[in-house]
Ligand binder design. Sequence first.
Ligand code: GSH
Length: 205
Amino acid sequence: MKLFYFPGACSVAIDIMLEEIGKPFERVKVDLAKGEQFKGEFIAINPKAKVPALVRDDGTLLTELPAIAWWLGKTNPTLGMIPEGAEAEARLLEVLDYMVATVHMRGFARIFGPARFTPTAADEPAIAQTGRDIATDGLKALSHMLGAKPYLLGTYSVADAMLFCIEFWSVGRAQIKLPENLAAHFERMKARPAVARALAGEGLA
Ligand SMILES: N[C@@H](CCC(=O)N[C@@H](CS)C(=O)NCC(=O)O)C(=O)O
């Protein structure tokens, strides 16, 4: 399989899952900083111009983080990365959607790229601040969901890889202090060999 990624972008969550699975895969870097998502081979493969994008062994492309996560979890059931039963599956989809659609796309996307949200440069600081507020509220909600558990759903699941990505952005580029239990989750995730391999594979270690 081939993972189209950018170091430290949300594709890192899929990178972690692929490393948990442990089958060989190829990383193909799409330099978002240089606009490579809009050009050449990548736009021909993925007209959505976004990472993560996964080309599977049968040559088909899968996009959208929750869909890729779901497919990887379901096709590797022995790892237990998708909990069993309708209630647990609904809870997994609930938290994945919240992290991707709200915390990432409404919060961090505004912090990292305010110019995407306005044609007026003078508005950008206010947009970035709105993003910080949304991200901070998101961290509070995720902290509440995690509670005293080691992982979001109790046992390790694909949701923890996306939570790691949000924590990584918070302590790194966004400089937002993590609530205590999320800081502990971040450390717990970094201690997983698959996470260390994903970070090293993306040149982030
Ligand atoms: N909803 C998409 C979001 C993907 C996304 O926004 N990826 C960012 C990187 S974290 C990206 O590729 N941005 C490139 C751009 O917006 O031009 C998903 O779940 O996969």
